[in-house]
Structure formats: C-alpha cells, structure tokens
Design a binder for this molecule. Structure first.
Ligand SMILES: [Zn+2]
Length: 1002
C-alpha cells in the first residue's frame, strides 16, 4: 500500500485537498485529467486529528446521480468494517472505520472548471478513481457491489456436508458426493491422538528390511503414453480423493494432460518409482501422508486411521497394480482361496459359498484380526513378494515404499498436531495396502493349505476375514488353531470375541466345537448373521429383518438428499447414480424372496425422494410417470431402477459368477434349499426377461437345474450377465409403456429415446452453462414425463388450443414465436457458435452480410473451419408422430430446399441443425458435431472427447432450459387469458384477423 500522508500540505487553489500525485501535475494546459482523490486508509503511523479531517476544500453537497452506485459501495465497504469491529468489540478498529467514513466525502471534491457539465463528470471520475484504488489495494476484501450474505456465520456440519456434496457432484464424483452426504462429523484429531499413536506401533528397524534381490532390481516394463495413459489418469488417479500433505491432487495432474511434456514427466515419475530408481532421499517426501482418524461406522469411539499419501506414489502404485500385473496376482492368490485382490466378485463368491455350506449342515468359522492393516509384518510381506515369481515385478516399488518409517502427519485445521511414523504393515488409503496384506497372509494360508488339503476342506480369505469349513469338526478346529499360530508369526493377532462359529444345522453341536468356543470366548451363531456385509443363515425372518435394517441405515442419505439446499439437478444425479446402487451388493448376495420386503421399502424411499425433488403433482398420470422414472435415461427415464424387480436379475448374475466355485465345492449337487433358491430365481428371471417364451436368450440355461453347469462350462456366459438381463428387462418395460400410451405420449416416448435425447439428463453439470435451476429442471422433467406442470393447469393455451393437461403444446405455441421460442433457438445457435470458436474455427452468428434472394434470407451461422465453409441453420421442432425423428427429417428437407441456392452461391455446405423438443437430434446435426470433433487439433487444451461432450451437453441443456422458460411464460399467458377477457399482448409477428391467427412469415 502506498503510504500517503494524511492532509496534504500542497494545496492548490484549484484542487485543494488532492495529494501530489503525478497525474495532477501533468503539464498545465494539457488534456484535463481526472483528479485523483486522496486516499485515507493508511493509518499506518498515526490517526489523522479531528482538525485535519476538517481541513479540506469545497465538497459536493449531493452525490451526482451518475456516481450513486459507486458511492453506495464505498459506504458499504467502510460501514461493514465498522460493524465488524463493533461486533467483535474492537474499539480501535471501530474508530478507524469512523474516521474512514468521515473521510469518504473527499471523494466528492468540487473541481473548478469552466465548461458546463464538466462538474458532474469530474466528480464521477474522482469517485471512480477512489473506488478503483480501494479495490486495487484491498483486493478481494472490497466488493464492488454489496453482497447479500443470507447464510448464518456458523454453518453446521450438515450444511458443510451438503455444500461439499454438491461441489463433488458437479465435478462428476457422484459416488463420493453420496458418501459425503452421510459422513459422520469429523473427530477432533487432538482428542484421539493417543489412540492413533497406539494404532501405529514400532516395527522392525530399517536395517532389518531385506533388500531387493539383485535379479529383481531392474524389472522390464513398458509404460505407454497416449490415450491409454490418459484414461488411466482419468479413471484411477483423478478420482476426487483427498490429497496428501502437499495438497497435490489427481485433478491437478489431469489438468496437464494435454501437454506432452507434462505427460512425459508423469510417465517418468511412474517409471522411476516402479523400477526403484527414485532416489532414497525422496522417500520422506513422496511417502509422507496425512493421518486422519475418521469415525468407524459401527464403533464411533474408535477411529479408523486413514492416511492419504502423496499422489505421485499412489499413481505409480496403481499403475503397477493395474498394468500387466493384475493377471499374475490373480493367478497366484485365487487357487489359494485368497479372493481379496484381483478377483472380481470375490466377496459375493464367499457369501454364496458360506450360505451353501450352512444349507448343507456344516460349520463355518469366521476369523477376524485386530488392526490387521497397520500390524501385518512387513518383512514377511516383502519376503513373499521377492520369492513369488508372480509378484516379482512389484518388488522394487514395494521395497522402495516399505523400507522406511514413513511420516504420518496428524493434521487438524491445516495445522500439524503431531508426526507419527508408519513402521509396520501398510497405510489405509494407500493402494499398496491390499497387496501388502495379501502378501503377509500368504504364508499362513499356504502353510495351512499344505497341511490340511483334503477335498472337503474350505478355506477362503477376503483380506482380514478368514473362513474355515469342512466335514469333520475336529479337523476344522485343528486347522483353525494351526492357522492362528501361523498368523501370529506374521504379527496377525486374532480378535477372538469378534470371530464367529456359525452352525445352523438341526443336530446338537459336537463337543469339540463347544469346547473350542468356550476356551477362546468365540460366540456361536445358530440362526442368522452378517458376514462381509450380507446376511446368511437359516432363519428367514431374521435375514429379512437384517435386510430391512440395512435399508433403514440409508435413511440418512435420503433425508440429506431431499434437503432444499441440494439443487434438483445435482440431487437427481446423485440419487440415480449413487443412491439406487446402494442396494446392489445386497441384491446380488441375498435371495430375492428374502430381500423383497426390504427392496420394496428401499424403492419407496427412492421414489419419495425423487417426487420431493421434482415436486411431481398427484395426477392420474403419475403411475405411468413412475414407471418411466424407473427406466434408464436412454429409455426416457431417470435411472431409478426398482430393486424389487431387478434383484432376481442381480442374484442370477452373482450366482453365475460364483458358479465354478460352487460346483467345485459341491460336485455332487448343491444342498436342497440352495438348489431350490436357484430354481425359483430362474423362474423369476425367465418371467421378467422372456415372458412370452419367444426370445432366444443365450445367457440363460434351458432348465433351472442346469444353472451351475451352464455357467461353469463357459465362463463368458456369466460375463456382464446382470447388465444384459437388466437391459433386456428394461427394453420390455419400455415397449410396454409405449404400447399402453396414447398417440401424443407415444410420440413423446419415441422422440425421447432417439439419439442424444438423453444427453441433457446424463450430463454432469460441471460448468455453469450445463446447470439447470431447480424450476427449470422440474419443468423440463415434467415435460419429459408427460405430466402437467401444475395442479391447476389452464384448460386452454393463450392461443385457444385445448391443452388437456399436456404441456407439449406450450413449448412451441405460435404466439411465442418471436419471443421465448426464438430465444430457445438463439441459445442453441449461440452454443454451437461458441463450440466452433472453441475449436479454432470461425463462426459468425446472425451473419447480416449474407443476404440472398428477394426475401433477404440468411442462415443462422456462417462457419469456416480450415478452408471449408458451412451455412448452418438451426431449429427446435416438436415431434407430433411416433415415427422416429420424423420432425427433424421434415425440417431438414424444408430448410435444405430453402437455402440450397444460397449455399451453392457461397460455395458452402448447408447444414440443417434440427433438434426435437424432447432432445433428439437430427442426423445432419449429429453428423456435423461429429465432424467438428474430428477437427479438434492434437495438442489443444482439450481432447476431442471433452470437446464433443461439452458441446453436445451444452446444446442439450440449452434446449431443455429454453423449453422450461417457454412453458412457464406460456402458462402465465394462458392463465391471464383464463382469468380475464383481456387478450394477451400479441407479439409483432402475429396478426389477428377475425379471431384466427396468422403467423407472419419471417
Ligand atoms: Zn398455444
């Protein structure tokens, strides 16, 4: 801040109080410069005395109209400081503010001047200069216009959660947004510091950690740049995850991907870390993590230590795990029954197996370990990694990252409270955690298998959850004891009270089991329990109750989502993409007949939330609309898939995936209750996806009892089975909906399922141009669902057309041509023009220089891309027939004829850019945008896909926003007509002749 002295001693007659700024002294007789007002704020050395305040030249008595806003802003700025000072009882600051306030009139110093009117202008220049200077010197803290701050100063945890969730949804992290909505309030880190310390005990000295054997030191691998690498960053690195201590995030890496030099840098870093060439001195920087204790869901008193580390190490580890190494890892662990890493659906496979074993009347022992991740023995893990050929590629990076005591900074409010070190196991939140744990438990598992390798023995692990079963109880107990002893040697201590012995058979328990349970304090479960998040057992009522409890645990999510602070647009995206899938794991694991009550409850909550968000009116059409809401976006729905009808499809998919394992477990046939469940489910699936028994389904066995054999013989049959079945089911539902609809609704449904019609509803509103306000979204959604806009719809449109409860007419009523309908058209055209310019092309919207023929016709945009010229004319048309894209074809032909001669004369290609009201694009429009995508130059700041996505979404959203506005205005006009005889004011383009309307052709 420039230090100006208060109360200038250099007063001149003409400018009494202005400081000696060079501006004012600029040559006499030169052009009149606006006087620079003296600037008060710096009370750096001392306050001005009251006397000095009184010393000034003549001031204006009123604020000139021209400067009023600026003046208000100035007063506001100083006034706010005063109020703040008073609120915080800061007397000194309050006095300063008062003095400042008293000084403000100096910005209105009278200037003597000859010419008329000069007075006001010079004042205006003066006050503007003052204002500008204030803004410059006070930067952000000076708002040019008063800001309205409606929020309470102290925002609650829920408020912050909702805000964060909306921001995450806008960045495309819908799953994360859903988790944020239900997250527990953060723990005070200083209060749990001791617990965190206890969770990170001392480990082996660094010198004891074995070096990488020589032959493993320079592994051969190839890191491809290009598209594959960018996809890797997009999918696995830029996930919105919390940053490490430096604050560097995956998104920051994502933002650099268009620059080849940056990509080279990232590849280099990955290479150096994976090959272990990164200098050891970098370890304490790259391996440092923030340590955050977050509340555990079931036991809030105990923190779960999550340690987000630096993104560069995480990126390299993920790259090492997902490129080239996924298959070898699976080949190593799957035969041992270790299903944690690299076995998709491993969790469900264990649940099904355990249920089948229980149905067969066998025992299952579940083991649980204390703080397994943080305590697992590093040396044992590295030993496995070095000795197993399938893991040897990972040896350098795992050694590099686990051969120091990596720092963990416990932070709270941006302040480091304490620094611990991670000396054993691995950190939660680090991608190496899973593989390190599996490598640690490899030894006990393989030793146990080697010793107890009878056909009937069952041993499966899912990270720190271990399951034992077998025919002979004594043998199970022996195996469990042996495993526990082996586990202890790699530092895994069993948490006995949390272990379980599950036995649901009718016979009494054998003595050896009872004794073992009593000795170790292990509870025995006789009816039903939850393993790996899914209920198993024989007590059906208990299982149903457990499912309902799971559904009820999601209540917080739904009520958080229904809050008014979550915008409808983001809320509906979160609901459909991360709300509905909340029950998908359960529906894959639990038999549909046991889940049905819970599923019904869940579907009810989903629908209720959707109705709250969309404020759907209660009409007779609501049933059809509810069916439509449940369909996917491509079938004119909102993706709120009902769990109740699709749970049997999910169960079928899961059983198919687990079929080889189940068949191996029971080669002579499944236990009867389990086989019954599979048979019953086959019937249900058949009736859902093939009710007429005429579809040739290759993904379903001919007879229910063949199910296991069918999917084990050819594993590709189970691949994406649930997806295929669900798609088939939803297609049938959509056909049904169409066949039951009237002609107008059918036209809407057909149009809404055409190309690009879903773009608006699937788009992530990451920028302002893609967002719809709540009212816009609601109106557009009702239009899509064919619902009336409000409960008291006027009977007739302002033009006299009978509406019959439908709003489709209002989107294109003739009397709004020239106003709202044209505005919608203009926005589409503007979006397209903007997109072409983004590409580096030239787009002249409304080219007035182009006039042709007698009617001075001109298209909407004159486009040059490279040396090619296009004349583009856009239009939004309402589909009236149920023939797909009919409206666009008609309009394209009509426009093509109209502009044909003009395009030929201009040596240009004419492009009719026609979009239907419900969002479907004409073929020519789609082709044009696809051609634009091809014209994206390599090395631009966006890639072709991003360009295409943004452009299509912008246009799609512009159409729906335009629809919403038109409908709202048209409804108003219709109500005005209803309520009085005074006709609305017709736009110029409409001429009323004897009660009929004739549209003047433009
Ligand atoms: Zn009308």
């Amino acid at each position: 801040m420039r230090n100006t002295r208060y109360g200038s001693s250099r007063r001149r007659n003409s400018q009494p109080i202005l400081p000696p700024a060079p501006l004012n002294r600029a040559g006499r007789g030169g052009p009149a410069q606006p006087p620079s007002p003296q600037f008060l704020p710096p009370f750096v050395n001392r306050r001005p005395t009251p006397r000095e305040i009184a010393e000034h030249g003549p001031l204006c008595k009123t604020v000139p109209v021209l400067c009023r806003d600026t003046w208000v802003a100035l007063v506001n700025f100083v006034g706010r400081r005063y109020i703040q000072a008073m609120n915080s009882r800061n007397a000194e600051a309050a006095v300063d503010a008062i003095i400042w306030l008293l000084h403000l009139p100096r910005s209105l110093t009278k200037c003597r001047g000859g010419k008329k009117n000069r007075h006001a202008r010079s004042i205006s220049a003066q006050i503007r200069a003052y204002h500008e200077r204030l803004r410059r010197e006070h930067g952000e803290s000076y708002p040019p216009f008063p800001r309205h701050n409606h929020e309470p100063a102290e925002s609650s945890h829920e408020d912050r959660q909702r805000k964060r969730a909306v921001a995450e949804a806008r960045s495309g992290y819908l799953g994360r947004a859903a988790r944020t909505l239900v997250s527990q309030p953060p723990l005070q880190q200083s209060a749990i510091l001791d617990k965190l310390k206890a969770q990170h005990p001392a480990g082996p000295p660094i010198a004891d950690i074995p070096q990488v054997p020589l032959h493993l030191r320079s592994p051969l691998f190839d890191i491809q740049g290009g598209k594959e690498f960018k996809d890797f960053i997009r999918r696995r690195v830029a996930t919105g995850a919390a940053p490490g201590p430096s604050g560097f995030t995956g998104e920051m890496i994502l933002a650099t991907l268009h620059d080849e030099h940056c990509v080279d840098l990232w590849i280099r870093i990955i290479h150096d870390l994976r090959s272990g060439e990164m200098p050891a001195a970098a370890k304490e920087y790259l391996l440092a993590s923030r340590l955050v204790g977050i509340p555990k869901q079931h036991d809030p008193s105990k923190p779960r230590p999550v340690a987000p580390g630096e993104i560069f190490f995480r990126m390299s580890m993920l790259h090492a795990l997902h490129h080239e190494n996924a298959q070898p890892i699976r080949q190593l662990f799957e035969p041992l029954g270790m299903l944690g890493t690299s076995v998709p659906g491993g969790c469900e496979q264990i649940v099904h197996s355990v249920q089948a074993l229980l149905d067969a009347g066998r025992f299952v022992v579940e083991l649980d370990f204390k703080d397994a991740y943080q305590l697992a023995d590093r040396i044992a893990a590295l030993g496995t990694v070095y000795s197993q050929p399938n893991l040897q590629q990972l040896a350098p990076i795992l050694h590099w990252s686990h051969s120091i005591h990596s720092p963990l900074h416990v932070c709270d409010d941006g302040e480091v409270l304490d620094s611990l070190t991670s000396q054993q196991g691995s950190r939660q939140g680090c991608p190496s955690g899973g593989i390190m744990f599996e490598a640690t438990s490899f030894k006990p598992v393989s030793a146990t298998r080697a010793r107890f390798s009878s056909v009937d023995d069952f041993l499966r692990t899912f990270f720190d959850n271990v399951y034992f079963s077998g025919l002979i109880p004594e043998r199970i107990i022996e195996a469990v004891k042996f495993f526990l002893a082996e586990a202890l040697r790699v530092n895994l201590v069993a948490n006995l009270p949390k272990c379980k012995i599950i036995y649901t058979g009718a016979d009494p328990l054998p003595d050896c089991i009872v004794e073992f349970a009593r000795e170790n304090g292990i509870p025995i479960v006789r009816e039903a329990t939850i393993i790996l998040g899914a209920p198993v057992g024989r007590d059906q009522a208990a299982i149903k109750q457990m499912c309902i409890k799971v559904v009820e645990s999601h209540d917080r999510f739904f009520s958080a989502l229904a809050h008014d602070n979550i915008p409808v647009h983001e809320g509906m995206l979160i609901l459909s993409r991360s709300g509905v899938p909340r029950l998908s794991y359960l529906s894959r694991c639990v038999r549909p007949e046991l889940l049905s009550d819970a599923a019904r409850l869940f579907d009810k909550r989903v629908l209720r939330t959707a109705r709250q968000k969309l404020q759907l009116p209660d009409t007779d059409k609501l049933n059809a609309a509810t069916l439509q809401l449940a369909l996917p976006v491509k079938h004119v729905g909102f993706g709120l898939r009902p769990v109740r009808s699709t749970s049997s499809l999910a169960f079928q998919g899961s059983i198919a995936a687990a079929a080889p394992a189940l068949q191996k477990l029971f080669p002579l046939g499944l236990p009867v209750p389990f086989q019954h469940a599979i048979d019953a489910n086959w019937q249900r699936v058949k009736s859902l996806v093939d009710p007429q028994n005429d579809a040739k389904l290759t993904s379903l066995p001919k007879k229910p009892k063949d199910t296991l054999r069918f999917y084990s013989e050819d594993r590709s049959r189970a691949h994406k089975l649930q997806k295929m079945l669900t798609a088939q089911y939803e297609r049938l539902q959509f056909e049904r909906l169409k066949s039951e609809a009237g002609p107008e609704d059918r036209a809407r449904l057909v149009s809404g399922s055409q190309q690009m019609a879903g773009a608006c509803w699937a788009t992530i509103p990451f920028t302002r141009s893609l967002r719809m306000s709540d009212s816009e979204y609601r109106a557009a959604a009702r239009l899509r669902l064919g619902l009336p806009l409000s409960d008291n719809m006027p009977a007739k449109c302002a033009c006299g057309f009978a509406l019959n409860g439908s709003v489709a007419h209002l989107t294109s009523c003739v009397i709004f041509h020239g106003s709202y309908v044209t505005k919608r058209h203009d926005e589409v055209v503007n979006c397209l023009g903007r997109g072409i310019r983004r590409l580096g092309g030239f787009a002249h919207v409304e080219p007035r220089h182009l006039r042709f023929d007698r009617d001075n016709r001109r298209p909407d945009i004159d486009v040059f891309i490279g040396d090619q010229r296009f004349l583009v004319d856009g239009s939004v048309r309402r589909p009236t027939s149920s023939e797909p894209l009919r409206a666009t074809i008609e309009a394209a032909t009509q426009k093509g004829e109209y502009y044909k001669a003009q395009a030929e004369a201009a040596r240009a290609t004419f492009v009719p850019f026609i979009i239907e009201t419900f969002g479907a694009w004409g073929d020519r429009a789609l082709k044009f945008v696809k051609d634009l995508r091809k014209a994206v130059l390599p090395g631009s700041s966006f890639d072709a896909r991003e360009f295409y996505y943004l452009l299509c979404s912008e246009i799609a959203v512009a159409v729906q926003r335009g629809n919403a506005r038109t409908i709202a205005y048209a409804l108003q006009a219709a109500r005005a007509r209803d309520s009085s005889d005074i006709a609305p004011r017709w736009p110029r383009s409409v001429v009323q002749v004897g009660g009929s309307l004739i549209v003047a052709v433009r």
